[in-house]
Design a protein around this ligand. Structure first.
Ligand SMILES: C[S@@+](CC[C@H](N)C(=O)[O-])C[C@H]1O[C@@H](n2cnc3c(N)ncnc32)[C@H](O)[C@@H]1O
Length: 360
């Protein structure tokens, strides 16, 4: 029988676009309940076999994730015996598994990691085998109110899958320069960008420097443009830094001796000769808080200073809610210069999308 109930993750801010995308892919859907800002249980009528694989292959813009729902069980704060009993029936002793728990506004006062360890060790005590690196089964438990929604994914589908993107951020004792760092990290993984091929990067709207630090750490000498101050103290931990506030200072700098050159200017004031002097670049990264058409025009202008095949990663801020209109407009501005254009609402995007493109 084809699967027809799913745990669906769509950011509440993009729910209308996400539902439209789901309908286009699967036909009629009915929403059973909206549980939290990101997580929903949905019934998809006649979801074709392979529906889940399609989501992971076609990489829709607004659907974060789609996990087949295999059961719903009650639980109490600190007592997950029914969840353990359910998983005991679902798992095979000869096959290893990995469990991920998400506490999505549930009655449980424990954090997801603690619950995961509790359930995992109870299952190990019953002879089941946990394998965090290369498991044969991926099981997911989303806790909401007093219900545990249990889902599972095939191991090929689950490879890139993270149930709770923010857990890594919350657990890290060493924080990056800015939260934007996570957005670039997620974009690079989602769009499967081989960042090691970017030797020279242009980072516009770069302050305080999360993206710059990421790029330099990945091996790219980077020209960072922003009128605002950058976090030089932390940038110096990843490479050598030079700042140019005027043309005379700029004239003395080169990319052979410096990992990071900060042009402390509004990008519209940077002359063509300056881009030429420091280019050509293998990657253009733009994270400006400006209207999408303006940002797209900057990317189009900068295309002249990029090598063929250079990657473009650009944040598209959504102003006034008209998502599809912004996407269309940005795409039409960029299309003459960039191919393979794709958008994604990443977990780390707020009221914005991330665009990928490649210089033609
Ligand atoms: C969201 S922040 C960028 C965060 C940065 N990517 C990071 O990882 O730390 C947006 C930046 O865009 C810059 N910005 C906005 N308009 C700009 C312009 N016309 N030229 C240069 N920078 C601009 C702002 O000064 C601000 O620092």
């Amino acid at each position: 029988m084809a699967q027809n109930k799913f745990i669906v993750f769509i950011d509440k801010r993009f729910l209308a676009s996400g539902l439209a995308e789901l309908k286009e892919m699967f036909g009629k859907i009915s929403e059973d309940k909206v549980a939290t800002d990101r997580f929903h249980i949905m019934k998809i009528n006649r979801a074709p076999n392979g529906a889940v694989e399609a989501v992971y292959k076609e990489r829709p813009v607004f659907i974060d994730d789609l996990i087949p729902l295999i059961g719903v069980v009650d639980f109490k704060d600190g007592d997950y015996s029914k969840v353990i009993k359910f998983l005991t029936k679902e798992l095979h002793k000869e096959k290893s598994f990995k469990l991920e728990v998400m506490n999505a506004e549930s009655v449980s006062s424990e954090n997801a990691k603690t619950i995961e360890v509790k359930i995992g060790s109870a299952l190990e005590g019953k002879g089941f085998r946990v394998d965090l690196k290369n498991p044969e089964r991926y099981m997911y438990v989303v806790l909401n109110k007093n219900k545990a929604y249990v889902g599972k994914l095939h191991k090929d589908t689950a490879i890139d899958f993270v149930l709770d993107h923010f857990r890594e951020e919350n657990n890290k004792s060493k924080k990056p320069i800015s939260r934007a760092w996570y957005k670039l990290d997620e974009a690079i993984r989602f769009f499967r960008i081989d960042i090691s091929r970017v030797d020279h990067a242009l980072d516009i709207g770069a302050a305080p420097g999360g993206w710059t630090a990421y790029l330099v750490k990945a091996g790219a000498r980077t020209v960072a443009i922003d009128g605002a101050e950058m976090d030089y103290k932390n940038l110096k931990k990843v490479g050598t830094v030079a700042v140019a506030k005027n043309d005379a200072e700029l004239g003395r700098l080169d990319m052979v001796n410096t990992d990071i050159i900060h042009l402390k200017h509004n990008v519209n004031e940077v002359k063509k000769e300056t881009f030429r002097k420091f280019g050509p670049f293998d990657g253009l990264f733009i994270d400006m808080n400006s209207p999408p058409a303006d940002v797209a025009k900057i990317a189009r202008k900068c295309a002249d200073f990029l090598n063929k095949g250079a990657v473009l990663v650009l944040t598209v801020k959504i102003f006034g809610g008209n998502v599809e209109k912004h996407m269309k407009e940005v795409k039409s501005i960029l299309s003459p210069k960039y191919g393979q254009i794709a958008f994604k609402k990443l977990a780390y995007n707020r009221m914005e999308l991330t665009l990928f493109g490649r210089k033609k």
